[in-house]
Design a protein. Structure first.
Ligand SMILES: Nc1ncnc2c1ncn2[C@@H]1O[C@H](COP(=O)(O)OP(=O)(O)O)[C@@H](O)[C@H]1O
Ligand SMILES: Nc1ncnc2c1ncn2[C@@H]1O[C@H](COP(=O)(O)OP(=O)(O)O)[C@@H](O)[C@H]1O
Ligand SMILES: Nc1ncnc2c1ncn2[C@@H]1O[C@H](COP(=O)(O)OP(=O)(O)O)[C@@H](O)[C@H]1O
Lengths: 436, 113, 436, 436, 113, 113
């Protein structure tokens, strides 16, 4: 009902104007500030949503043709399951209502389902409505599972992956997240993770590591101990994915300020852009040094590495330092990929090197490049969150393996998950060599 | 001289190549193919509508050899390609009257290897 | 002229500040509110624009290689023709100037061309400038035609489709739209369609049905009465399309509030996200039940089904109810596809099941899940708009068929529209089997 | 640190409210206006960023399979190098600090590195923080190089292209840009280029022309003097690219207002949309006339041609005139492509016809369709900027050719840059005919 | 034994398969091909530049049969592939000296069907 | 009659076609192929992991000719395909016992051209 709305609003406005008492005005000014902040966080939530498209394309592009539909399927379901799981359970485990904790600063829970607090919407947290906050956090939550998705691709059973996602987003991510962003004990220790180098990327990365270990490598990846190339099948969509992630990250980092304060958000976006750019450059040189050629998939990883690394300190690391943080992230992502490969940790898309390694690096970088935050506390956060998330993920994968099985059969894997799990191809009509 | 042509399962290409290499047969040409045989294909569905897939993915090998190598070649292909399941494929041997190496213009036995 | 601008504005601001009279201030506060609302609607318009990319990719991904260029061509022209047609004619048929009607609450017209009303821009409707409103509405208008595009794909003549688009967007959509969003008789009856389950999606869906009937099925689709699969050729781009639509929908629904009121837009975005997520989940289970496998194209349809369904009541349906609405939408979209197929209504992309079926379901759901709106009125809206749009579309297609012909020749269809209509391929160099 | 933040802000707000002195309020009102303007420019910067994805996809889609990875690599590096180069050097060459010039209105420089001016953030230019302005300008800068990238594709050496980009963005673009947007001599003459028909697109286009001349055509493009078709390999991604550019342009033009004034930005977005739509339509008819068929790649060029052409006068050209400007742009882009082809200026993606020809047309159109700006001055701007940028680009390419060589070897070109420069394919597994 | 090779129009593949099935010939291998013949191709254009398409899309069939089945096979292919228009394609029959079923090692007449 | 089959480098297809046209051979069928021969391929890397590419891109030509055209055909292919570098490819000539034009049913010498 579009047009009709106006007239009402016009009436409201014209009624409001003549009052003009400065009290009213002051309130209106605050309401405007609130509207702007709220709008920016809404925009941020949409940008984080875009990251799900990013992950879908990056992961499917870097996998083989025969598993493409399967990856797309998983990545379409991930935001759906993730958002619902977080909505119906996770949110209430992450953000204590009226600072109420079940176990002080460690565990909170205020019931299943979405409970919109009553009263003045501006009262909830002063910069956005409860539902805006909820939307933004829900979009965040789902990204954690998506990180795992890439690392376990091409061999994990669809159903098992979906069950893992459900529990990881409904339980593990929010409980650990409450320690920092919910105002728990890590927050009390002044641990600083502005937008989630640890709470999103490391938690996702540790989950990925657990998955990779529990699943083992893809058939044909290691022949007589030597890592073999199983090249990703579609570079343009991998690039689309990376650009969507890059763009989405401006919302991921920028709206994590939870307000639209011009100084803050412009600072955050500039450090984000500088670190991403430096990550690209760093990984290009690193790729030239370590693997003797400019590998496209490596600079895509390098870009994301820079973004992951700046995420923790995007609000407080200096401009020049953010270039350094990104550059280092880009440089280390390449040897990290090689090392994981040598360790026979088969990660088709480089999720471990990007999210885990640089999630850690970025969190520690806050302790190194700023005065306000101590390296010790940052390290403590990295270790405790790492231990807790890795243990939970290992347990989850282990339990799912016991009950449902984790991996498709050898025959299904050879044939490709597209045919064996979905009975359909990603590119019907196209001809391709299917001997890999 | 003979041209040995074989239709095999795509995933057996690497083993076949290895078996042939072991037997000192290094020169092969490969083509993508689809095949329909005893392995009658399957009925799939897309959006609930029937899709009869009776052309399965195969790979076609063509190997030109001198007559005395024919048996070794056949044996090598079988060694690499046999799984025992229906659809393993066929080998066809055809007479070949000439063989020329484009680079040098060499002919026949000199050109074949 | 960037930098120069500043100085002027700075001057303006510094002049304005010292005045500080509370009258002026109250006016400035209202001006700020206006700016924010206007900005959100601008953002909404851009997000709706993104849906055109979404449709292009979804439709081309779900069609065959040989018609891909043709679909891309149509979908690139659709927003262009649609926007111009709406600008030069449709807008004036949809939104009465100063509440002036030609036939009361049924037909309005204020002349061809864009007529920007003079005076204070804030006077137009209190939340955005005339041109912002115009832009947003223009973006909307073009989506209606795009819905038809997918259903008639792979056999319709390019020129005939373009002519249909022209008339549908210039005449049918705006006249019917004026009954609700222009403040016409349906609006007076308190018919509620917040963002267009009926006015956009059903009108588009009925147009699609008319097209499908007038064209008949694609060659090879029904062999001895049995529906055969003609699989879509590129799943990654179909997923790109779906995500772009999903993202665009936040603007489609969110900015249909025509203001950036934090409570409203956060509510709308949350119900939209919940319904889409539930649609994905619902269609996954429905796909497992009805076609015994998790079909990717079905969950893409399911996601959109959830979005279409929530569109009418996204502002007023409860949070939990929005999950139910989306879930049902996702569940019904799969049998709907099967039923249309059994009826030999050949719809390559599932546009009927998504937009028509769920446009109806969503409009009725407002009557079911809310107290403010009556089921009877909602049904009345569904039926009258349905009858009127279906009849108009049938007439349009019939007339075009008479004058120009609707369908390409059998030979052209077999060869593919890419070669026969455009003389070019979508993927030159790639090899594919072309026996379909 | 999300949740903790709130409480602080809530405290701040609740402290602030009771004061209510109208002085404070007036200041707060101005601060809100500032926040909104700043937010819009931030959004604009993100939209301009999206254009890099657009260029990547358009250019790779319109080139051949064998060079696809290479183009993606270049286009991923371009924003990274471009942004860093502009940040560390270009910005300071473009925007004089406190109106300080080295050579009056011709050359400014305030040192290497990013220097954030201290003091009140609102003092910098009244509508956005220094860093917001910096971010927006940085995103712009990198687009100039991207324009060159498409024209020189499929034969330029990766390293040489990157070096060119570095210098073009760090030196040429900012120095020339300072003449207008930095407040230099062209600005003083009232030369009007709102968002960069000249400063971005022509400068890019002249760079492209220099590159095309210095490189010569691709092998096989001209056989016995006749231009041969070397078709682009992937139409869907070319369309994705075009839509991303189209969408990004709303930010490119809209946020070039450097404020979110409702009247201005809605006007700009409507003229932008009208010109783009008209460009599509114009190029369709032009394509039918000149090459006798509706060529998809031509309407993609036509769309962009309309956008480039309206860029200079998007704020001041009338609504109907903007349709005319776009229509003419669309019409001329087709013969322009044909003419460049006849002149053996081999431009795989049509960058010359789109950016150079229509950058000129758009700049002149401001002189034709508006009263405020003189055709003479517009022409002067076109000629001087054209001469300066073309000469600089020629010199740069010449120098790079001398020192490093510009073009890959014939063998590498035949094999494709993907294998020869990167040792990888864009679509491993897919089969394609590789005899082109 | 003979190897019957045919180049046909892609859209005739399904009819040909059906005609062969009717004649109890179930085993076929198919490859994508391009052909140039009397049907001399067409001159297309991309962005206004000439594109000589003289390699048209064809499909290559290979069917190994015993000698007495050769005529039936040819007849079946013709029944399915003939449209009467230029470009319908050709059938080539080549002698085949051996045939082996990979799965079982069976040879010649036992292996061919 | 003979079937002349050649595996050549993809980028030599156009020159070969031209050389054959000069010699009045207009009918050719082309298939995509991969080949492994003396030109032993290369070891590439993707994300630092080894990728042995020993199947190089080739194009397969099939040309059915009457016996007296065999030499001209071979000569034409060599003229177009020879670069002198390893990997130029091979020509195989196979006896052909029948040839049928699908469109007309013409046989052998009438059908071949
Ligand atoms: N007579 C034949 N002519 C041509 N190709 C054949 C013939 N017989 C088998 N093939 C090829 O061999 C493949 C495997 O044959 P099939 O009969 O399915 O298995 P098996 O040989 O194990 O019984 C087929 O898909 C087809 O490509
Ligand atoms: N002599 C030949 N050698 C190889 N392939 C041939 C030969 N003659 C015809 N073909 C194949 O048959 C196809 C159709 O031949 P064409 O001469 O166009 O039609 P028709 O046989 O109806 O006269 C060609 O495209 C080519 O693939
Ligand atoms: N004996 C053979 N059988 C099948 N194909 C062959 C044979 N010899 C060569 N080829 C094909 O010819 C191509 C070139 O052969 P190669 O030995 O690399 O070069 P050259 O002939 O110049 O020595 C190979 O890639 C392969 O496709």
């Amino acid at each position: 009902m579009k047009f009709r709305y106006f007239t009402r609003i016009v009436l409201l406005l014209t009624c409001a104007l003549p009052l003009c008492a400065s009290d009213t005005t002051a309130h209106d000014v605050a309401a405007n500030t609130f509207m702007i902040n709220n709008l920016w966080i809404i925009i941020g939530a949409m940008l984080v949503f875009l990251m799900h498209l990013g992950f879908s394309m990056l992961e499917s592009g870097l996998c083989r043709i025969k598993n493409c539909t399967n990856i797309l399927f998983k990545n379409t379901l991930t935001p759906a399951i993730g958002f619902l799981a977080f909505a119906l359970c996770g949110f209430s485990l992450m953000f204590p209502t009226e600072s109420h904790w079940v176990v002080n600063e460690v565990l909170t829970f205020s019931g299943f389902g979405v409970h919109v607090p009553g009263g003045d919407p501006m009262a909830y947290n002063g910069t956005c409505t409860f539902l805006t906050f909820f939307l933004f956090q829900g979009m965040f939550a789902a990204t954690t599972a998506t990180i795992v998705s890439g690392a376990v691709a091409e061999r994990v059973k669809l159903s098992s992956y979906l069950i893992f996602t459900l529990f990881y987003v409904a339980l593990v991510y929010p409980i650990l997240g409450s320690w920092g962003w919910g105002g728990g004990w890590l927050a009390s220790l002044n641990f600083h993770d502005f937008a989630g180098s640890t709470f999103v990327h490391s938690i996702g990365g540790w989950g990925a590591l657990a998955g990779v270990i529990m699943l083992g490598p893809r058939i044909g990846k290691y022949v007589k101990g030597e890592p073999k190339a199983l090249p990703g099948h579609n570079m343009p969509i991998a690039v689309i994915g990376t650009f969507c992630l890059w763009l989405g990250w401006f919302g991921f980092n920028g709206a994590s300020a939870l307000n639209a304060d011009p100084a803050t958000i412009s600072y955050v976006l500039v450090t984000t852009m500088l670190a991403a750019s430096a990550g690209v450059i760093g990984s290009m040189f690193s790729s030239l040094v370590f693997i003797k050629k400019p590998d496209l998939s490596m600079i895509l990883n390098g870009c994301l590495a820079g973004l992951v690394a700046i995420t923790a300190g995007t609000d407080c690391i200096g401009l020049m330092s953010s270039i350094v943080v990104g550059l280092i992230a880009g440089v280390i992502v390449v040897p990290a990929v090689l090392v994981f490969d040598r360790l026979h940790l088969d990660d088709p898309v480089g999720a471990l090197s990007v999210h885990l390694v640089n999630g850690i690096w970025g969190t520690l970088a806050v302790g190194i490049f700023t005065k306000e935050y101590s390296f010790g506390t940052q390290l403590l956060g990295v270790v405790t969150i790492g231990a807790a998330s890795f243990a939970s993920a290992l347990f989850l994968f282990w339990a799912i393996k016991k009950v449902f099985g984790l991996r498709v059969s050898e025959e299904e894997e050879m044939r490709g998950l597209d045919i064996s799990e979905h009975g359909m191809e990603a590119y019907p009509g196209f001809q391709f060599f299917s001997n890999q | 001289m003979k041209l040995v042509v074989a239709y095999i399962k795509p995933e057996r290409l690497n083993p076949v190549k290895q078996e042939l290499f072991k037997r000192n047969i290094f020169k092969i040409s490969v083509t993508n193919a689809l095949g329909c045989g005893r392995q009658k294909g399957f009925v799939s569905a897309y959006r609930g509508a029937i899709q009869e897939v009776n052309l399965l993915k195969k790979v076609r090998l063509a190997i030109a050899v001198t007559d005395k190598f024919v048996d070794t070649t056949i044996e090598g292909i079988i060694a690499g390609a046999r799984t025992g399941a229906i659809g393993d494929g066929k080998i066809f041997v055809m007479p070949m009257s000439q063989c020329v190496r484009i680079r040098t213009g060499e002919r026949d036995n000199e050109a074949i290897g």
